[in-house]
Design a protein around this ligand. Structure first.
Ligand SMILES: N=c1c2ncn([C@@H]3O[C@H](COP(=O)(O)OP(=O)(O)OP(=O)(O)O)[C@@H](O)[C@H]3O)c2ncn1[C@@H]1O[C@H](COP(=O)(O)O)[C@@H](O)[C@H]1O
Length: 119
């Protein structure tokens, strides 16, 4: 019988949902014990700035071709994205819904269907 532990494929794919609920639970917690609480106490601009910094670090690892670095920075990006969602009142389900809406539509096709600028 498959084990239902944190590293099994069934629970691993839920890691973003679990992280979201953990960060939600940190809202209003003491900034001295929680990094998420500290970040949220510093305000939206700081949260967005940290996300941007992590994204740039991800880009640097990608360009360097450092696979492990890219994995590590990707985890930082996802964590900081989730803090940004919690601060903005976005539920992961809202994003999953938008991804599902896009399923099956090629990016090329979608771009071609955009209204052409009139100038
Ligand atoms: N995934 C993460 C995660 N990834 C990165 N980080 C932290 O993000 C911080 C980034 O450090 P930086 O020096 O880049 O930035 P900074 O400390 O904000 O400071 P400055 O840029 O202002 O100097 C580090 O303290 C990392 O430990 C994370 N902190 C928490 N989590 C998850 O969030 C959960 C809740 O954490 P707490 O909110 O701390 O309880 C944890 O159980 C983890 O699952």
């Amino acid at each position: 019988m498959p084990q239902n532990n944190a590293s099994s494929p069934t629970t691993r794919k839920d890691v973003l949902e679990r992280l979201y609920h953990t960060v939600m639970a940190r809202k209003g917690a003491s900034p001295s014990v929680s990094h998420s609480a500290r970040l949220m106490a510093r305000g939206r601009s700081k949260i967005a700035q940290k996300f941007g910094e992590e994204a740039v670090e991800c880009v640097i690892e990608a360009i360097k071709g450092d696979r492990n670095g890219l994995i590590s920075e990707s985890a930082d990006v996802l964590y900081h994205l989730i803090v940004m969602w919690v601060d903005a009142g976005i539920d992961p389900a809202d994003v999953w819904e938008e991804l599902e809406r896009r399923e099956g539509t090629s990016g090329i096709e979608e771009k071609a269907s955009r209204p052409k600028p009139s100038f």
